[in-house]
Ligand binder design. Structure first.
Ligand SMILES: Cc1cc2nc3c(=O)[nH]c(=O)nc-3n(C[C@H](O)[C@H](O)[C@H](O)COP(=O)(O)OP(=O)(O)OC[C@H]3O[C@@H](n4cnc5c(N)ncnc54)[C@H](O)[C@@H]3O)c2cc1C
Length: 460
């Protein structure tokens, strides 16, 4: 193939890469994108979108269970996994095509191939073509990791395979305590599987507010998910008909499937980074400055491959900011504070800002406002569940620095609360806002009494 020259070569057609390519092209740059798997990347193909579709499917079960209290008689409901997977695949295919069409419309050339760096200005495609580029953007994302090698690891799947199982697992053991492990535990449990969640730490969702972690665990257990903490999988044995999982606690658990969601590693291997003088940060991601520029002046990196905040909207914002900076003449720094995040567990978690522990470690005075209540819907459905709402407030300035919700609609609530937190709203502003009744979120503007107040210890 002939050599071609482009202003920008983007390696990776996921959330960050596609946004950067489109915006750079709209600024007039000649852009080429290489994608080795499917356009859309993790979020569209095997992350946020298919996961949320599975979450919707799993929640239908709860609606059936809740129906009787509202006067409904639901005849015996049955679930067909193959239909769900096929319908999900159809939607993912549609989205993938839409991504391709967007790039085509922006006159971005897409190559369906693996690309690596040959030097700082040359990209080498697996098909043998070499492309000279003024700028290179590395947006290669991340891949599931499996942790330390253990006997029988070949029987373990990751979230990638969970989206394509040909048979629904009646019993599944999931190892991991992060949001992906917790979400898949909820998905499989909702769809009718017996789920065991194994996590080596003391509680799930490390890094989230401690009240959220404790509350969600209780709720998950109430929905029949067995949560085993303080232990880990040491071996997976294939026996006739199923897998036998050996835990460090000595327990042996039979399962049809074993899934690990123990972390993700940035896609930096065999990328030729050393040939361009690109350094890796302590986090394991590509080291970048606040403009997402690597240690090589014409090479940038955005999204999960930089291992900053690994969420789709962050990758998109970083990709957009890169294009504005380099091709739009508008140097743009992405603010990584107050990024709202959700866990699409059952019930859902929505959160923005500081946890109580972070606030108490950094602020002179931290005020906590907390409410736990039975949601209105549960009064008739009879479901044994509670909503948790929590505001973390800077006691000196009265600013709301954190908002944490566990319950139905928590993610939607957190997205809107994030606007207020980001604008520096004070607790008095929340109090001055009239409630929207009857909602769960109204609790956020009606919590008048402090639950606790903490002064930072003088020695700290
Ligand atoms: C199960 C799961 C659920 C998730 N849920 C959410 C959620 O609910 N909300 C949220 O905000 N985030 C979620 N995420 C995270 C989100 O998917 C990522 O943060 C986001 O996709 C990162 O975008 P990116 O552009 O950095 O990388 P990606 O979207 O991963 O794109 C990278 C692309 O680069 C390609 N590639 C890699 N190496 C090469 C190469 N050498 N040559 C060519 N192509 C290459 C890959 O095939 C991939 O398509 C989830 C992730 C997972 C795994």
């Amino acid at each position: 193939m002939a050599e071609s020259d482009v202003d920008l070569f983007v390696i990776g057609g996921g959330s960050g890469g596609v946004r950067a390519a489109r915006i750079a092209a709209e600024y007039g740059a000649k852009v080429m994108v290489a994608e080795e798997y499917r356009l859309g990347g993790t979020c569209v193909i095997r992350g946020c979108v298919p996961k949320k579709l599975f979450v919707y499917a799993s929640r239908v079960h709860g609606e059936f269970q809740d129906a009787a209290g509202f006067g409904w008689t639901v005849p015996h409901a049955s679930f067909d996994w193959t239909t769900l997977v096929a319908n999900k695949d159809r939607e993912i295919g549609r989205l993938e095509a839409a991504y391709g069409a967007t790039l085509e419309k922006a006159r971005v050339r897409v190559v369906k191939d693996r690309a690596v760096l040959a030097d700082a200005h040359t990209v080498q495609l697996a098909n043998g073509q070499r492309v000279r580029a003024g700028y290179v953007l590395i947006a290669t994302g991340a891949t599931p990791s499996y942790g330390d090698p253990i006997p029988g690891i070949e029987h373990v799947i990751s979230s990638n395979e969970a989206f394509h199982l040909t048979e629904f697992p009646r019993r599944i053991l999931i190892q991991g305590g992060g949001y992906i492990a917790v979400e898949f535990a909820g998905i499989f449990a909702g769809l009718g599987a017996h789920v065991t969640l194994v996590y080596r730490g003391e509680n799930i969702l490390r890094g989230f507010d401690d009240d959220v972690r404790a509350h969600l665990r209780v709720e998950m257990e109430a929905r029949g998910i067995r949560v085993l903490t303080g232990c880990k999988v040491v071996a997976v044995e294939k026996t006739s008909g199923h897998l036998l999982v050996h835990l460090s606690s000595g327990n042996q658990i039979p399962a049809d499937r074993v899934m690990f969601a123990v972390g993700r590693q940035p896609n930096i291997a065999k990328m030729g980074l050393e040939k361009a003088g690109i350094e890796i940060a302590g986090s394991g991601g590509i080291a970048v400055d606040e403009y997402s520029r690597t240690t090589r002046h014409n090479i940038y990196a955005v999204g999960d491959v930089t291992n900053r905040i690994n969420l789709t909207p962050v990758a998109i914002r970083e990709g957009h900011a890169f294009a504005d900076t380099v091709f739009g003449g508008k140097p743009t720094v992405v603010d990584h504070t107050n990024v709202p995040t959700a866990v699409f567990s059952e019930p859902e978690v929505g959160t923005v800002g500081l946890t109580e522990a972070q606030a108490r470690a950094g602020l002179v005075q931290t005020d906590i406002y907390k409410a736990m209540f039975k949601p209105l819907k549960a009064t008739l459905s009879g479901r044994d569940t509670c909503v948790l709402m929590k505001l973390v407030v800077d006691g000196l300035s009265d600013r709301v620095v954190g908002c944490h919700v566990v319950g139905e609609g928590a993610a939607e609530i957190a997205q809107v609360a994030a606007v207020a937190v980001n604008m520096g709203a004070k607790k008095a502003d929340f109090d001055a806002t009239i409630a929207l009744h009857p909602t769960a979120a109204e609790e956020l503007v009606t919590m008048r009494k402090k639950t606790a107040t903490y002064a930072r210890a003088a020695a700290e």
